[in-house]
Ligand binder design. Structure first.
Ligand code: DGI
Ligand code: FE
Ligand code: FE
Length: 193
């Protein structure tokens, strides 16, 4: 599937603001892919489809989670997490996109996970730093993303966890696993007492 076709599909599927976010994630993902030697076309396609299921109803997403035997844990956590794995499923089912790396980049773009591939990291980070984002601390993450993929990813996970803690929100285990997995390895420095 080429870029034009993919964009046409998601444009029909998403409200205007979400489509514009998607477009910016695509542009950001391409820049990051070039910078960190990730397949640009895969990054482009994963970014275009990353929020494909964002506007599906909770009931419909729940049905796919149950019918496709996805982790039942998802249903105990915030419904905001569901569009990522459901999106990966629908994109594989409805379009000829079979590359597991692309599908996993969509599947894990909200929570992250332990041992993410570079493509998964690029999509997670592009979603976090696209120019329309105004999260507290996003500027620091953008600066780190100029030079070090793991350090930027680590900072974005840390910010997200801190944000969720502050709001007394649950934190999905994969998000902690992604954080723990990066800490102290791959160039992320532990701060010891
Ligand atoms: O779909 P987007 O809005 O573009 O962004 P996203 O897919 O990263 O969704 C982010 C939302 O998910 C954000 O409001 C925080 C929320 N969220 C809820 N529980 C968790 C979580 N995010 C992570 N990483 N881990 C959680 O456990
Ligand atoms: Fe999303
Ligand atoms: Fe997004």
């Amino acid at each position: 599937m080429n870029k034009r076709e993919a964009l046409q599909i998601v444009k029909k599927q998403l409200p205007e603001a979400r489509y514009l976010h998607t477009y910016r994630v695509m542009e950001t993902a391409i820049i990051l892919a070039r910078r960190f030697n990730v397949n640009e076309k895969k990054a482009e396609l994963a970014a275009i489809f990353h929020d494909y299921a964002k506007n599906h109803s909770k009931d419909e997403m729940k049905k796919h989670i149950v019918d496709q035997n996805m982790s039942p844990l998802l249903l105990q956590f915030h419904p905001e997490l569901w569009h990522a794995p459901v999106g990966a499923f629908l994109v594989e089912q409805q379009f000829d996109i079979k590359d597991p790396n692309i599908l996993n980049a969509i599947r894990f773009h909200t929570t992250g996970r332990m041992n993410m591939t570079k493509l998964e990291k690029v999509i997670f980070l592009a979603d976090y730093i696209e120019p329309g984002r105004k999260f507290p601390g996003v500027k620091e993450v953008r600066a780190k993303a100029e030079v070090d993929l793991d350090k930027a990813l680590f900072q974005s996970l840390k910010n997200t966890i801190a944000f969720l803690l502050e709001k007394n929100q649950t934190i999905f285990p994969d998000t902690f696993k992604a954080y723990n997995g990066l800490l102290g390895i791959k160039g992320v420095d532990r701060v010891d007492e």
